[in-house]
Design a protein around this ligand. Structure first.
Ligand code: GLA
Length: 732
């Protein structure tokens, strides 16, 4: 298990509980990738690589007379550049002499215990008492001296390998890196499907699956954030793979900025995947002796279908990504003021809302946008983080005290990365935002983006946050970010450094969040970017939960949360019950269904409780009690997708939580489309023991696991469109 190097054959074996990852250094020193998949102990997979003379696939000089050795066809661990490999490359650079070549030849390696730490960025870390091993392999371009270091940390128990890369300029001249992927992975065959999660504001992470055809399929973001439009999580799976069966590979980039994912099927029916920082406006000069490190990718393989793969990521991100105590500590049930009040708020009405929310089981009151400066709408005041005493005469501390006196905690919304043109901050420091001299920059929601690549700007934000957190008893922060980046130019840097600004922005943000969350461990941070525009593993390292979407319509949320669940745990998905007609879609959905949907997430409320009827408030109280009672199942159990909303026909969506021992489960069903006199549908359950008996509460049934797994339960026919039901199962 772990990492083993077989000296004689120069083979690297990276073994986890269920998988093997293998590379071999061939005679000339090229590092070839031989295998990644189900575990096969002691096997040398280099026999799979066949060589033959292939037309127009050139040969490196070191191959001498051997026309069968071509990097254009061989599976490489990380492709060289300019060495007759015409497929997607993970590395682009310009050497000191203007040439573009890098021919990576094995120089050496080291194996050590502990995890690799990507410089200035989050990475995976071992849990307490978890042993992990790391490997760094150095490939050297002999002509220039430039080195590429490939980094691997093997999380045996988690069946995950973290990969990253570092470029070290050991040449005597300055070089310019214009692309460096975190990962490149070659497969000897094709026949894969690619699953990606794309969307738009208020409709994020819609799942799309397609057969991977010839050519390169490329995805990514150039918005400065991971974005609503694409997500840095991808799955490559066998064509026939489904939720329960088939080989699936997951690629999850632990990074919150521009990214690029490419999957290419080449002329010989082979597949190459690369993933890392997007090369768009990326250019990084390295003087002699300097290095550049990429963010990390969490790479996982499961032969147990998409569910098996999702479970690996759920467990990993619940345990190995963040140091937040809130991964183990119970999260609050919150009520958020945004859809209740928007910008129209005052002390008394907020306290009244909190009071009314008490019997609903809420224990955290969150004050959203509108509390500071002259923030009466979204065109001003970002940057002026002083409380508006007209709205809140007792200040944040006075408001927090009154909320606390009710027995509730107090939380606050901030958007510290931004500045409004109409703000004191902008008037004082116009050069603190990203903008190109001599050009009028593009606006997004009337706001400009602060230049987080600058240390003084990072320090300003840290100061603001420290002051706010010290001023009032705040135990929750919603950290928002409401526009895509444009005019990415830093006034503090010379022209040769402008190509570093996108990445430095993200690193600046990480520095702020690292310091802030370290200093205020009692504060729960929830990430947000116009809803789910920055829902990625990088942010999850600091924010144990992220607001999934600005769309709170329960029926749309079913799809959004479904897509999100492939790569991220349910405990990470911010989900609230809001009012009907829904503010985004106008749809009317029963309160129970809104509750059940929000229970497939962190659960909370986004409404004005003073406008609810007594009956509705009582029902909310019951929903919260249910959530409280199923909390452990939802936050720590295994999650199963029982239906696929992108398949025709069934008219309902269902999912299930089961505890790790398979003693208890919670099944939720929502009717999404109803026709009269329709067929009886059955729902097969998952995650149960075949030979155990289960009581199905709600159906008044005791039945074997085998029956529930194989035949399922009838979906209740009396449910109308948008109705829902939950069944709780306990082993007898
Ligand atoms: C973003 C968030 C919302 C809300 C508003 C406030 O759109 O996603 O939840 O906080 O900003 O302006």
């Amino acid at each position: 298990m772990g990492i083993f190097y077989e000296e004689g054959k120069r083979i690297f074996y990276l073994t986890t509980k269920q998988t093997l990852y293998q590379m071999v250094v061939e005679e000339k020193g090229y590092l070839l990738h031989t295998y990644y998949g189900e575990r096969a102990d002691g096997e040398d997979f280099s026999y799979l690589i066949t060589r033959y003379d292939r037309g127009f696939s050139g040969n490196p000089n070191s191959a001498e007379g051997d026309r069968t050795f071509s990097l254009d066809a061989l599976p490489q661990e990380f492709p060289s550049l300019g060495a007759a490999d015409y497929r997607t490359t993970g590395l682009e650079l310009t050497n000191g002499d203007g040439s573009f070549a890098f021919e990576g030849i094995y120089e050496g390696h080291k194996i050590y215990s502990g995890a690799y730490k990507p410089e200035g960025m989050p990475g995976l870390k071992p849990e307490k008492d978890e042993d992990v091993q790391s490997l760094e392999i150095t490939l050297k371009d002999v002509a220039s001296g430039v080195k590429l270091i490939l980094c691997y940390t093997v999380f045996e128990e988690k069946d995950v390998i973290m990969r990253a890369a570092r470029l070290q300029n050991d040449s005597h001249e300055t070089i310019t890196v214009t692309k460096l992927s975190s990962v490149s992975l070659d497969f000897l065959e094709s026949g894969y499907d690619l699953i990606h999660f794309d969307g738009r504001h208020a409709m994020e992470r819609e799942m799309h699956r397609e057969p991977l055809g010839f050519g390169a399929r490329q995805f990514g973001s150039v918005r400065g954030t991971s974005s609503h439009q694409s997500n840095p999580f991808f799955i490559l799976c066998q064509r026939g793979a489904d939720e329960d069966r088939g080989d699936c590979y997951g690629f999850s980039l632990i990074y919150s900025g521009n990214f690029q994912f490419t999957a290419e099927k080449d002329q010989y029916d082979q597949t190459r995947v690369t993933m890392g920082i997007h090369p768009y406006q990326f250019s990084w000069q390295l003087r002699s002796g300097e290095s550049f490190a990429t963010p990390a990718v969490a790479l996982a393989f499961s032969s147990e279908g998409l569910t098996g793969l999702s479970h690996l990521y759920h467990d990993l991100y619940r345990r190995n990504l963040s140091s937040s105590p809130f991964l183990k500590k119970r999260r609050p049930v919150l009520i958020n003021s945004w859809e209740a009040a928007y910008f129209d708020l005052d002390h008394d009405s907020l306290v009244k809302m909190a009071k009314e929310a008490l019997p609903m089981g809420v224990n955290l009151f969150v004050l959203d946008d509108g509390w500071f400066g002259r923030r009466d709408n979204d065109d001003k005041a970002l940057g002026d983080w002083e409380v508006n005493t007209k709205k809140l005469p007792k200040g944040l501390s006075g408001l927090a005290e009154e909320i606390n006196a009710l027995g509730m905690e107090f939380g606050l919304w901030v958007e510290p990365e931004m500045v409004s043109e109409d703000s004191e901050l902008y008037r004082a420091h116009p050069d603190w935002c990203l903008s190109v001299p001599g050009r009028k920059g593009a606006r997004g929601r009337f706001q400009m983006v602060l230049d987080l690549s600058r240390k003084e700007v990072q320090d300003f934000i840290l100061d603001v946050m420290d002051r706010l957190l010290a001023d009032a008893n705040i135990t929750y922060i919603k950290w928002d970010m409401n526009r895509s980046l444009t005019d990415v130019y830093s006034r503090a840097r010379g022209k040769e450094e402008q190509g570093t600004v996108f990445h430095r922005y993200v690193c600046g943000l990480y520095r702020i969040l690292e310091e802030l969350t370290g200093k205020w461990p009692q504060v729960l941070f929830e990430g947000c970017s116009g809803g789910g525009g920055r829902f990625d593993a990088g942010m999850l390292a600091y924010h144990p939960q992220i607001w999934c979407s600005d769309n709170t319509d329960a029926i749309n949320r079913l799809k959004i949360q479904y897509g999100t669940s492939f790569g991220y745990p349910i405990s990470a998905m911010g989900a609230h019950v809001s009012v009907c007609p829904n503010h985004q879609t106008g749809r009317v959905v029963p309160l129970k269904t809104r509750g059940i949907t929000a229970m497939s997430g962190t659960f909370g409320y986004e409404l004005d409780p003073t406008k609810l009827t007594e009956e509705e408030k009582k029902e909310c109280g019951e929903l919260t009690r249910k959530f409280d009672c199923y909390y452990d199942l939802i936050f720590y159990g295994d999650y199963y997708r029982l239906t696929n909303p992108y398949e025709e026909g069934e008219g309902f969506m269902a999912w299930e939580f089961a505890d790790k021992e398979k003693k208890e489960a919670l099944v939720s069903i929502v009717i999404t489309d109803k026709e009269p006199n329709d067929a009886q549908r059955y729902l097969r359950l998952k995650g149960l023991k075949r030979d155990a008996k289960y009581r199905v509460e709600g159906l008044d049934l005791i039945v074997s696991g085998q029956a529930l797994l194989k035949a399922g339960i009838p979906v209740p026919r009396e449910l109308h469109e948008y109705d829902s039901v939950q069944f709780h199962l306990t082993e007898q």
